[in-house]
Write a protein that binds this ligand. Structure first.
Ligand SMILES: Cc1cc2nc3c(=O)[nH]c(=O)nc-3n(C[C@H](O)[C@H](O)[C@H](O)COP(=O)(O)OP(=O)(O)OC[C@H]3O[C@@H](n4cnc5c(N)ncnc54)[C@H](O)[C@@H]3O)c2cc1C
Length: 319
């Protein structure tokens, strides 16, 4: 029997999308391995939702806002109680911070940023994009538990329709944190994070100046997507770094990625080439972005984006 434990992040009494994704693949692995799926979260209110995604048990730890030390201690405590063979964490900033720390405590390794997982021959087999997405490494995890972070949007979040998970309280060990949370800055209301968005509209230096990001925002708003950006625009101070896609920004794989005025430098492609559908708008037919695009539009973004935004608004109005 090989059980799976998923570390879940919550917001306002709900599971974050990345955690629903991790639970969904966790459930499949538990089925393959013949074990149960359990979740750990800082809020017992998510027991019902975790149950819908297949968790039989929810380990609820009394924890406030994320701090590395407190969460690492509580997760290690939960692993001690649950004795899972597999520990999954969604690859958010927190998940990527927590996984190696907990793995080090347990003396095991981590497979990070994984986009495929299966249980085969009594072992967990994971696929990880490497060299900025130019190749894939398939790794077999021999240590127990196997600790893995999942790539956002790589695994679909699918409900299984189970009843509420049984709640078990976990004592959060008192820890002397070396860092304290001073302030949380929330992005502007209504602004989606590129980390979890299904659709991303990204702008590059072709926008010419900061104010012209309005072309990108208008389309993103109309289509229900998040705003992405190339590093050139972030370095120029046109937009905040949290929007940057690429090797030194976020790695994203939305359903639809629209890039306008982005040349498609290798460091940008590293962050978005695994998107399901890619649309590129660029006035240079030789721009490298067209090599990864499913649909390429050669033309002036200042003409195309407003027209596209209008068409999207019209199409949405008819539905
Ligand atoms: C170590 C390292 C890490 C890096 N990390 C990242 C990263 O994480 N993310 C990232 O994005 N970059 C990264 N870069 C930078 C990268 O190499 C490129 O410089 C950058 O991606 C270019 O941004 P851009 O496409 O917006 O600009 P440009 O390369 O200047 O491209 C602008 C494009 O806009 C087009 N254009 C101009 N006007 C119009 C118009 N009116 N209509 C339509 N198209 C138009 C042009 O034809 C051109 O293709 C990194 C570089 C290094 C060295």
């Amino acid at each position: 029997m090989a059980g799976v434990l998923v570390f879940c992040e919550t917001k306002d009494g709900k599971l974050k999308k990345i955690s629903r994704e991790a639970l969904s693949i966790g459930r499949k692995l538990a089925e393959q391995a013949g074990g149960d799926l359990a979740a750990m979260a800082n809020d017992a209110a998510v027991a019902e939702e975790a149950g819908k995604y297949g968790a039989k048990k929810l380990y609820a730890a009394k924890l406030d806002a994320y701090t590395t030390e407190a969460y690492a201690a509580a997760l290690a405590e939960t692993i001690g109680q649950a004795q899972p063979s597999i520990v999954l964490l969604g690859g958010s900033s927190n998940g990527r911070d927590l996984a190696p720390r907990v793995a080090a405590r347990l003396g095991v390794g981590v497979a990070s940023d994984v986009d495929r997982l299966e249980w085969s021959g009594g072992k967990l087999v994971a696929r990880r994009p490497v060299y900025s997405g130019k190749a894939f490494a398939t790794v077999e995890i021999t240590a127990s538990p196997a600790v893995v972070t999942t790539r956002p949007n790589a695994f679909p979040a699918e409900e299984a329709g189970g009843g509420a998970a049984d709640v078990a309280e976990v004592a959060a060990p008192g820890v002397q944190a070396k860092a304290t949370l001073v302030e949380t800055k929330v992005p502007e209301a209504g602004e989606l994070s590129i980390a979890e968005a299904d659709i991303i509209v990204s702008g590059g230096r072709g926008l010419k100046e900061a104010a012209n990001f309005s072309y990108i925002r208008d389309l993103a708003h109309a289509i229900g997507g998040a705003v992405g950006a190339s590093r050139a625009t972030v370095d120029a101070g046109w937009i905040d770094h949290q929007h940057q896609v690429g090797q030194t920004g976020r790695v994203v794989s939305p359903n639809l990625y629209i890039a306008a005025g982005v040349s498609g430098a290798i460091q940008h492609l590293a962050g978005m080439s695994s998107s399901k559908h890619i649309v590129a708008i660029n006035k240079d037919p030789e721009a490298p972005i067209f090599r990864v695009a499913d649909l390429g539009v050669v033309g002036d973004l200042f003409q195309i984006l407003p027209e596209l935004t209008e068409e999207v608004k019209k199409a949405k109005a008819h539905h």
